[in-house]
Write a protein that binds this ligand. Structure first.
Ligand SMILES: Nc1ncnc2c1ncn2[C@@H]1O[C@H](COP(=O)(O)OP(=O)(O)OP(=O)(O)O)[C@@H](O)[C@H]1O
Length: 611
């Protein structure tokens, strides 16, 4: 391989007769005067007899052709491979044309590619186009994972990409961007496995109910198990919000998340909520006021006059007091609050507290919080604020040499991040996520935010994501956002729509340049990996088996005597079929070969299929 054509201090062309170039591969230029500069292939071209060189004048000019001839190429006869190579560091003077070029050995590029040992970092996959370096890798960097290529499972075939979690202290927060099916969720799973490996306390919001790590991918030998490293909690089932700890502002936010609040409603909440209110005491006050407003002062007074029961009198007097105090609040607003409160209660939001989450995080585990998206948003805002402040209080207290209970540093992870912190609109968790994006580093609280739509994510937050993992992205507006927010070159941005599932560019301040990565195979499987059509087929097969079990108790079944069979089917399967439905099912099973249909002289008969 040789340098050919006009060279600059940033970029050269390299030609080769006997090998093809890989995009992103690293090459060393043997120019001792310049200290053996290294660069990365950013574009490749191949020429042969049918596409001779010089054909596309824009790229290969006379000087390239002359240089090739000088070093012994037979233009037009030989196959010529050409690569545009961008230097990692600008050379102090242009590179000498004709200089020899070679593949590096691993030791020469180690510092650029590997920043931390596999045991201390997140081993996310392989750096693409580093196959030539595999032979010279150190033993501790080999055989760390398996890769999935075209449906096959293959061993690690290059330099591992290991993300130094400690570097987050300096360059906090990670963004994961990619369109549907690009491998974003898969990549997130791999990251979470690595966080569990490292024992980093992690809080995951899982709107897709997919982050469970119990099931191993049996294709991967010796895959670690994660069962004791994570817990899954459901909002309303295991965790919830302790209403009595909420400030009035937080109550307002919560109710607003159940349905937008009008100004009058917000005012009503501010007027009616009292510190340390339980959900019951707050609801009782609001609903008593609603009844009082409905009945009016005169009605209440009339009833009070006629009422003799002391308890009932007390209730009426209480209503009159409420009316005197809050009678100016519109009934519709008060009812609006009740409706929103009921919605939150129905979601189970106030039935539990966050103790299970605190316990698991303190034990260095990963906690997956599941629930419908809107409930998750409400819950996230509350739990993140509480835990962030707990961490902050501990740090601040330590700084001021005061005592405060210890709370560990932690990572917050969410998919569909644009729903939690959208650009332009307010959502319950947005203020706290923005605060953590800006200040979290100081306290050891970090974000990993995944989204299909980076353009819709709040810009303040996007700007704070110091590492961005970019998967296949097709939408032009999202590509434009990614270009603005990363150091992806125009060539790399141009490749974004064509990346395979599981390939990504990692643009990170930690590395100072974009690194192309193939994400490793996850050790565990998502509960959703079953194809939905296979699942449907399975379901139907199971239903058929249950029906056949009943029918075979009655074979041969005569079409003219179906009553007993029907009663048994209805009772055993818990259905309420009529004779026509049973007949059609018998015919369907016969057609599927699961029963035999036989005409007899008097009627049709169904029997076991022949063995
Ligand atoms: N690193 C990888 N290696 C091998 N195959 C992968 C990899 N990543 C993803 N795939 C394949 O691509 C499919 C889609 O990936 P994934 O479900 O992660 O996409 P996604 O970007 O999260 O899409 P969505 O947002 O729709 O969930 C996976 O089911 C898997 O078969």
């Amino acid at each position: 391989m040789h340098v050919v054509g006009v060279t600059t201090q940033q970029q050269v062309f390299v030609a080769a007769k006997d090998r093809k170039f890989r995009i992103n591969e690293i090459l060393v230029i043997e120019d001792p005067d310049l200290g053996y500069p290294k660069g990365e292939v950013v574009e490749t071209y191949a020429y042969n007899r049918s596409i001779p060189m010089g054909f596309d004048k824009a790229l290969v000019d006379e000087q390239v052709l002359d240089a090739l001839k000088t070093i012994g190429y037979d233009i037009g006869a030989d196959e010529v491979n050409l690569a545009k190579v961008r230097l990692f560091e600008e050379a102090v003077q242009p590179i000498r044309t004709g200089a020899r070029v070679r593949e590096p050995v691993f030791a020469e590029v180690r510092d650029m590619l590997v920043k931390v040992a596999p045991a201390s970092g997140m081993v996310l996959g392989v750096i693409r186009s580093t196959e030539p370096l595999a032979a010279t890798l150190e033993p501790e960097l080999r055989n760390l994972f398996m890769l999935g290529e075209g449906g096959r499972v293959i061993p690690q075939n290059g330099v591992p990409f290991i993300f130094d979690i400690r570097a987050m202290q300096q360059y906090p927060h990670i963004g994961i961007f990619g369109g549907s099916g690009s491998g974003k969720s898969f990549g997130l799973r791999v990251m979470l496995e690595e966080l569990m490996k490292l024992g980093v306390p992690t809080l995951v919001f899982d709107p897709h109910y997919e982050m469970d790590f119990s099931e191993r991918d049996e294709r991967i030998p010796d895959a670690p198990t994660y069962t004791d490293k994570f817990v899954v909690v459901g909002i309303g089932r295991d965790v919830g919000i302790d209403f009595s700890t909420l400030t009035t502002r937080e109550v307002e936010n919560l109710l607003g998340a159940a349905g937008a609040l009008t100004d009058a409603m917000a005012n009503a909440v501010q007027t009616l909520h009292r510190r340390r209110d339980s959900v019951e005491s707050f609801e009782a006050r609001v609903s008593a006021l609603a009844e009082a407003l409905e009945e009016g002062r005169q009605g209440l007074e009339k009833r009070l006059k006629a009422e003799e029961d002391p308890l009932a009198r007390e209730r009426l007097e209480e209503r009159l007091r409420l009316l005197a105090e809050y009678g100016n609040l519109p009934l519709a607003s008060v009812r609006g609050i009740l409706w929103r409160l009921a919605r939150l209660k129905q979601a189970g939001l106030f039935a539990h507290n966050i103790a299970p989450i605190e316990r698991a995080l303190t034990a260095g585990k990963l906690v997956v919080v599941q629930g419908p998206l809107w409930v998750l948003q409400v819950f996230a805002s509350s739990v993140i604020s509480t835990l962030y402040h707990r961490r902050r209080d501990w740090r601040d207290a330590r700084f001021k040499q005061r005592q405060a209970p210890y709370f560990p540093p932690f990572v917050i992870v969410t998919d569909e991040a644009h729903n939690f912190a959208p650009k332009g609109t307010e959502k319950p968790a947005k203020p706290i996520l923005t605060e953590i994006a800006q200040e979290g580093r100081k306290y050891g609280v970090f974000l990993i935010l995944a989204t299909q739509r980076p353009t819709l994510l709040d810009e303040t937050i996007t700007a704070q994501l110091n590492t961005k993992v970019v998967f296949r992205t097709v939408r032009g507006t999202d590509i434009a956002t990614i270009r603005e927010e990363t150091d992806l070159t125009p060539e790399e941005a141009g490749r974004l729509p064509y990346l395979r599932s599981g390939d990504a560019f990692v643009s990170s301040a930690v590395f100072g340049r974009t690194i192309p990565v193939r994400i490793r195979l996850a050790h565990t499987k998502s509960p959703h990996t079953v194809n939905p059509f296979d699942e449907w087929d399975d379901m139907r097969a199971r239903e058929d088996d249950a029906l056949l079990d009943v029918l075979l108790r009655h074979v041969p079944v005569y079409e003219t005597a179906l009553m007993d069979v029907l009663l048994d089917v209805n009772k055993t399967l818990g259905v309420s079929w009529d004779v026509a439905k049973l007949k059609s099912e018998l015919d369907r099973l016969a057609q599927a070969g699961k029963l035999r249909k036989l005409p007899t002289p008097f009627c049709t008969m169904y029997d076991r299929p022949k063995a």
